[in-house]
Design a protein around this ligand. Structure first.
Ligand code: GTP
Length: 316
């Protein structure tokens, strides 16, 4: 199954930088060396077995934007599954950015009216004071441009975990069986007496699904798996965990993998036994990693690893 993902926004807004961090494992520090994208750079990223992301990184210089909106209009805007539009929060041409954005929405309305739309208010690290207020102001401004659309707007930066939160949400909408995965993860978490189980995509380390209910998992939507669990929810330590834990884990593991590659090592798995919890991160399938968090000190990591091995076939 192929899903076309359009990555658009003004030149220098950070599109190629985020693509290279998420999909090519490059560190943020190297993005300053990236040149401007000429026309469209297409990449096919195999994501979870059958799901292929057909990523169109559209260079944002005016001449290219004008051509997308005229001669290349049908080619660019047809069969789009997701539009990701990136805004540089520090842009000196905010009015022009908005005008192009409106024109792109029009193209999308014409050729792919059902496409999901994600807006990234990017380079938030450059906002020194009043980050929250600045973001909300921009979000409201973008929503006003298209009041009839339901938009998902995220504040992002390549220098923190916010990029992973946004992209995990984007990818989550593209995975057709995300709810079934969550149900299986809930069952698996119960079998392991785990507080929480999280499934990551292997290359990007984006979160695909978690065992937790949506109430304790603000970043991603919908899990069907937890029925009759409301009473247990209040006792679940997952409810008191940091709400940014998923994207922070993605970011940390990606950085760790990068360090391993620099010393020619290969990342396979991770085990941590701390005073109040145990964590095991291991391959689940050839496209995924699973992280199990347990707060019961009597549960051995070897048992968790055995459970992962036994559950593999179910998740293939
Ligand atoms: P075109 O290819 O011309 O369309 O530009 P682009 O949108 O692909 O921009 P690119 O990714 O090349 O980034 C331009 C510059 O922005 C680079 O120097 C990046 O290092 C920088 N950049 C990207 N993301 C961030 C961010 O979150 N914060 C900061 N401070 N700089 C960023």
């Amino acid at each position: 199954m192929k899903k076309k993902v359009l990555l658009m926004g003004a030149s220098g807004s950070g599109k190629t930088s985020m693509r290279s961090i998420i999909f090519s494992n490059n560190p943020a520090s190297l993005t300053s060396r990236l040149g401007a994208t000429i026309d469209v750079e297409q990449n096919h990223v195999r994501f979870l077995g059958d799901l292929i992301l057909n990523l169109w990184d559209c260079g944002g210089q005016d001449a290219f934007m004008d051509s997308y909106l005229t001669s290349q209009r049908a080619t660019i805007f047809q069969h789009v599954g997701v539009l990701i539009y990136v805004f540089d929060i520090e842009s000196r041409e905010a009015a022009k950015d908005l005008e192009y954005y409106r024109d792109c929405l029009e193209g999308l309305r014409q050729f792919s009216p059902n496409a999901a739309i994600f807006l990234l208010v990017h380079k938030m690290d450059l906002v020194r004071a009043g980050r929250e207020v600045t973001f909300e102001k921009k979000r409201d401004e973008l929503q006003e441009c298209s009041p009839e659309l339901s938009l998902s707007v995220f504040g992002t930066s390549i220098y923190d975990e916010s990029l992973y939160k946004a992209w995990s949400n984007i990818v989550h909408t593209l995975i057709p069986n995300a709810n079934i995965l969550s149900t299986h993860l809930s069952t698996f978490a119960q079998a392991c007496s785990a507080t929480e189980v999280i499934l990551f995509e292997r290359t990007t380390f984006l979160v695909i699904a978690t065992s937790s209910s949506s109430s304790s998992r603000p970043a991603l939507s919908s899990t069907n798996g937890r029925t009759n669990n409301d009473a247990r929810q209040s006792d679940n330590p997952a409810n008191t965990l940091d709400p940014t834990r998923y994207e922070r884990t993605s970011e940390l593991i990606k950085a760790f993998k990068h360090s391993c590659s620099r010393v020619r090592g290969e990342f396979h798995s991770l085990e941590m036994e701390l005073w109040d919890f145990t964590a095991v991160l291991d391959e689940m399938t050839k496209n995924t990693y699973v992280l199990i968090i347990v707060h019961d000190p009597s549960i051995e990591t070897a048992a968790l690893k055995l459970n992962i091995r036994m559950a593999r076939r179910k998740f293939e």
